[in-house]
Design a protein around this ligand. Structure first.
Ligand SMILES: Cc1ncc(COP(=O)(O)O)c(C=O)c1O
Length: 450
């Protein structure tokens, strides 16, 4: 790292504010505040900590900084836009950048998906997609189609809709009394007995998709609005779809006229070595939710991308007036739109999705070289995503994963732990030597963790 601001250590005791007032999200607040891990600067592949250490970013922040940190053209676009027009209301008013970003995004999307509704996060995108599904069936004259089908271990953000269709039990427990009523879940596809140490897509498990037929038999297709799933589940610990599974889900939805929503909040924008998971797997949904990499995480933004027919049905079939009673104060915010346009240009001009594809095999070799390391019970990879599953410590599930994360951070690499799976998803600008550093560090950490 060359930037002089990054070379200057920050004196933690002088610069830290009180840690008490901030209620931190998805964090063990008390433990963190006893031993904080503070990041104060970032450039390209690295963070700098408050005590001046350089940490290699093995996770693209939170699966979102796909082009690397503080990219000059993106930060300049945000700065420029902030001084031209800071904000414009999106209801009954417009500004050109939001339209331009929708058009640029539509050019990247799979054929047939060509309309974009903006929000500010993945969670908002998911709730928006569920609402659009309901609006679609009402406009089509099938208002009884209200049921949603998600998947066990799915993560779709934290809105009530997203938590309802999501399948991570810890996220549902505190709110279970008020989740959406008409939701079912099909099983996840994680099957270590058949698929441990798969390279790329596992070969066993297309038939997990048959659970969808069973739910259709139970409720009747005429009651089901949409199926939502992550093509590759990220937050639950990197679950890669078996060969043929997504194809079967798509075929079943087609047979019964059910909408298929891919939550591409993590898999979008090159993460798998293609623009979207839909391209990687050759399975095109009816709607896609995106966020994170759309602005390289610089300004919050999310979006629902919908097929032409969905827009046509909800908007062009409606009587005059507002067609969808939904939107956010910051839908298509000018700073996010400027950041998004600059980000898509970086992806394009630097060929970052192709770069991710060209690194996939090297990355896979590095992942699978961990076989035999202490505690490892599975290694999985796709694109620039790795899951390293550890045997849980008896009586303390998740402890080994978290301690491995802490040790890697101490050794200068940021990884992510979800329960006892370590996930890696570096920015797409990662160098081979940095891939080596990431996995050597994980190996070293595993040797020290009980
Ligand atoms: C698949 C998926 N959907 C939705 C979300 C929620 O996004 P956000 O945290 O921006 O609301 C995430 C976040 O990680 C995600 O991985």
């Amino acid at each position: 790292m060359t930037s002089s601001t990054l070379d200057a250590p920050i004196n933690a005791t002088e610069t830290h504010p009180s840690l008490e007032e901030l209620w931190m999200p998805f964090t063990a607040n008390r433990a963190f505040k006893r031993a904080p891990r503070m990041l104060v600067a970032a450039k390209d592949m690295h963070y700098i900590t408050a005590d001046g250490r350089q940490v290699l970013d093995g996770t693209a922040g939170l699966w979102c900084v796909n082009a690397g940190h503080c990219r000059d053209s993106i930060t300049a676009a945000i700065r420029d836009q902030a001084s031209i027009m800071d904000y414009a209301p999106p209801f009954q008013m417009g500004h050109p950048l939001a339209f331009e970003l929708a058009q640029e995004l539509a050019r990247m999307l799979p054929e047939g998906i060509d309309h974009v509704f903006f929000g500010n996060s993945g969670s908002e995108a998911v709730d928006t997609a569920l609402k659009i599904a309901l609006a679609y069936w009402q406009s089509k004259g099938e208002p009884e189609r209200v049921r949603f089908i998600g998947r066990a271990r799915g993560y779709h953000g934290v809105g009530f809709g997203g938590v309802s269709v999501g399948g991570i039990e810890a996220n549902r427990k505190q709110f279970a009394a008020q989740l959406l009523p008409a939701v079912d879940h099909i099983p996840h596809t994680h099957d270590l007995a058949h698929n441990a140490y798969s390279r790329g897509q596992p070969t066993y498990g297309a038939d997990f998709a048959d659970a969808l037929d069973a739910l259709i038999d139970k409720h009747g297709a005429h009651t089901i609005a949409a199926v939502i799933l992550e093509p590759v589940a990220g937050s639950t610990g990197v679950l890669i779809p078996p060969t043929g599974y997504l194809e079967k889900i798509r075929a079943t939805c087609d047979r019964h006229g059910i909408l298929l929503i891919f939550d591409e909040v993590i898999t979008g924008f090159g993460r798998l070595g293609a623009a979207f998971a839909a391209d990687k797997f050759g399975v095109v949904p009816d709607m896609m939710t995106v966020a994170k990499g759309i602005t390289n995480a610089t300004v919050p933004m999310g979006a629902v991308c919908a097929r032409h027919a969905i827009y046509d049905t909800v908007v062009n079939n409606a009587p005059a007036g507002i067609e969808l009673f939904h939107g956010y104060t910051y839908s298509g915010h000018p700073l996010a739109a400027a950041a998004g346009l600059a980000t898509l240009e970086v992806y394009r001009s630097e060929g970052l999705f192709e770069r991710a594809a060209s690194l996939e095999s090297y990355f896979a070799d590095a992942v699978h070289a961990l076989r035999g390391s202490p505690h490892v019970i599975d290694l999985r990879n796709i694109g620039l995503v790795a899951g390293i599953e550890l045997e849980p410590r008896a009586g303390a599930p998740g402890a080994r994963g978290f301690e491995t994360f802490l040790k890697c951070f101490e050794l200068g690499v940021m990884v992510r732990s979800t329960a006892d799976t370590i996930a890696l998803s570096p920015p797409l600008i990662v160098e081979k030597s940095q891939i080596d550093q990431m996995f050597e560090t994980v190996a070293q950490a595993l040797r020290t963790v009980d």
